[in-house]
Design a protein around this ligand. Structure first.
Ligand code: FCB
Length: 475
């Protein structure tokens, strides 16, 4: 199952096996950029589990050469990174920091020199503070500013970036940031937060328009997180609540972007809730045209399937932390009785990737462009053994199973669903948002006191898979 040669044999030749990161989680270099919402959020007591901040993290900003060397060592085909909006535009509008852009310019050049395909995400959650103060994603003007920023980055890097991702996981920002308050900006508006989704979808539309008009040479897409949702029982209530999570997670963003229409509100929900969901998801014809411009690929992040029961969790637990607001949700997520879990408590279900791909193929048909798994991975907090090695066999098993499913999909397992590659989350142990440094997802262990990088067994295993694919020497 975890034999690198076996997995290598299953992957089509043009399959892209890469790793993904996000600026705020690894860069550090906070004194050389503007501040973002997460800087302030992290400074509020009790927001981040270990009280840490994103000021230094892995200091990738100063250690990118070493990190590039690590990417080459694992033989990665592609690297997905994000561009820090406040590093490029410290105020979120107007003035551009050319030093900020220089950093990404060099990074892209170095990737290309090494034969690694650069995929750049324009927004991975770091909203510049001045925009946050003006309402963040609650106001349409943030979407317009995002379009301007996309044009600036596109002008500078557009001749070399292979793949562009406009926005990463709008669903998570809406649910965790504006709905439950466990992420920045820490608002607890529950379903009213749905209006934020509309502005994020618009931001995507403005960014695509800007990149197309530069025009950039690379391909343009968006990344969302998707989860196959099942009701805990056949009861009407559980089914209605599963429909509600499916709506918020899987349709609120994807339907306008891929189908050019607002998603249909699921049946079986109480009337006031239906009306509220209708009002937060409705968009004008003109806006729908803006957000549904054709894409070259669709980025799918897959971590786990969701099991939903009606009624709130009295402890207010969500997969990303405890939230007072979660106690007012009309549903809760249950543990899957038969599935093992990662150290984050997330269920491990490679088949969920097949299920969600099947659902997307059925829902979107020919409107679905080729898909890239832009993130997938697991938190296991293995520490270095006395001999210095880090043995993360659980991660190897996780990746082997998930990349195996991805390989089958890339070989056409689901008609109409074209899969191009899989980006492992993530290259380095990093600052995992509200979980601070307490959850390690990396192929490479980072000691957060010394910043020393130690490749784990999973890193060596990915390298073996890649060497086997290239038909090189023994593995
Ligand atoms: C995703 C995020 C990414 C990381 C992983 C574990 O939702 O896009 O930044 O936190 O989860």
């Amino acid at each position: 199952m975890t034999d690198p040669r076996e997995l290598a044999a299953r992957q089509p030749a043009n399959f892209v096996l890469g790793a993904a990161t996000a600026a705020l989680q690894i860069e550090g270099g906070a004194d050389l950029r503007g501040r973002c919402g997460w800087d302030e959020f992290a400074e509020q007591p009790g927001r981040i589990i270990d009280g840490s901040t994103p000021a230094l993290t892995c200091d990738h900003f100063h250690r990118s050469e070493e990190d590039l060397e690590l990417m080459s060592g694992a033989g990665l085909d592609g690297y997905r990174f994000s561009i820090s909006w406040p590093r490029v535009q410290p105020e979120g509008s107007g003035r551009v920091s050319s030093e900020g852009l220089d950093f990404y310019d060099r990074l892209v050049d170095r990737l290309i020199e090494r034969g690694i395909r650069p995929m750049a995400t324009l927004y991975h959650w770091d909203t510049p503070i001045p925009l946050e103060q003006q309402g963040g994603w609650k106001v349409r003007s943030t979407a317009e500013r995002f379009g301007e920023y996309a044009a600036i980055v596109g002008e500078r890097l557009g001749d070399r970036v292979a793949d562009w991702v406009s926005i990463n996981e709008a669903a998570t920002v809406v649910l965790n940031g504006y709905g439950l308050g466990v992420h920045s900006p820490g608002e607890e508006q529950l379903f009213r937060a749905g209006a934020v989704a509309r502005n994020m979808v618009l931001g995507h539309g403005y960014a695509v328009q800007a990149l197309r008009s530069v025009p950039v040479a690379g391909r343009i897409g968006v990344t969302n997180t998707h989860t196959p949702v099942s009701p805990a029982t056949d009861s009407k209530k559980d089914k209605a609540m599963a429909g509600l999570l499916d709506f918020v997670h899987n349709r609120l963003f994807a339907d306008p972007v891929l189908l050019g229409r607002s998603p249909e509100v699921p049946r079986g929900l109480p009337l006031p809730m239906r009306l509220m969901l209708k009002s937060v998801s409705r968009m004008s014809r003109k806006d729908l045209e803006l957000v549904s411009q054709p894409l070259d690929f669709y980025g799918l992040n897959y971590y786990f399937p969701s099991l939903v029961a009606a009624g709130a969790d009295p402890t207010g637990m969500s997969p990303d932390g405890e939230s007072e607001a979660a106690k007012d949700l009309p549903f809760r997520l249950l543990d899957w009785p038969d599935l093992p879990q990662t150290d984050f408590g997330w269920p491990i279900a490679p088949d969920g990737l097949r299920q969600i791909s099947q659902q997307m193929a059925e829902r979107y048909g020919t409107r679905l462009p080729p898909v890239v798994i832009t993130e997938g991975g697991a938190s296991f907090n293995d520490a270095p053994s006395p001999d210095g090695s880090v043995n993360d066999d659980d991660r190897v098993a996780y990746l082997a199973a998930h990349i195996g499913v991805a390989a089958d999909l890339a070989n056409g397992a689901i008609p109409g669903f074209e899969l191009e590659g899989y980006y492992v989350w993530t290259l380095l142990d990093n600052w995992e948002w509200a979980a601070g440094f307490s959850q390690r997802f990396g192929l490479v262990h980072v000691d957060f006191d010394t910043l020393e990088r130690t490749p784990k067994s999973s890193y060596h295993w990915i390298g073996d898979v890649q060497r086997a694919r290239r038909g090189k020497t023994e593995v």
